[in-house]
Design a protein around this ligand. Structure first.
Ligand SMILES: [Zn+2]
Length: 143
């Protein structure tokens, strides 16, 4: 997409293009830069523009067995677990919720909501960053 000087008109055009595109053909992104942009958009503003390969991992039938399915599905869609995995890769977990708190803050949740989410993680076996991936994300994905 070419950027012109007339930014406002341009944004409108892009928006139209995207919604038409989504309606006719939900495309799975494979461009690294676009994937990065989509992840950031979902994290910060919960706006889903493109499909990601990661979306295909979600197992709705399995997820709905969890009492906290609504909240956990939202976090999945907004790429919380994806981001946690990315941040934790190459590090060893320090057995705290340091990265989790960082991401939830980046997602612009209020303090009370963050505490509520952390309680749900703990209830589901996620006492630290790595356990959230092993014990919580695993309840939403795969077979
Ligand atoms: Zn850990």
């Amino acid at each position: 997409m070419q950027l012109s000087n007339d930014k406002e008109t341009d944004n409108i055009e892009i928006g139209k293009e995207i919604s038409q595109h989504l309606a006719s053909n939900p495309q799975v992104l494979n461009d690294k830069k676009l994937i990065k942009e989509e992840v950031k958009r979902r994290l910060v503003s919960d706006i889903q523009t493109f499909a990601l390969e990661y979306d295909l991992l979600f197992n709705e039938e399995k997820a709905t067995l969890n009492k906290d399915c609504v909240l956990l599905s939202l976090l999945f869609r907004r790429m919380f677990f994806y981001k946690l995995n990315e941040k934790l890769s190459g590090l060893s977990c320090d057995h705290t919720l340091r990265l989790t708190k960082q991401i939830l803050t980046q997602m612009q949740f209020k303090r009370g909501k963050i505490n509520e989410i952390i309680d749900v993680f703990k209830k589901n076996g996620g006492q630290c960053d790595c356990e959230i991936l092993y014990n919580v994300e695993s309840q939403l994905i795969g077979k």
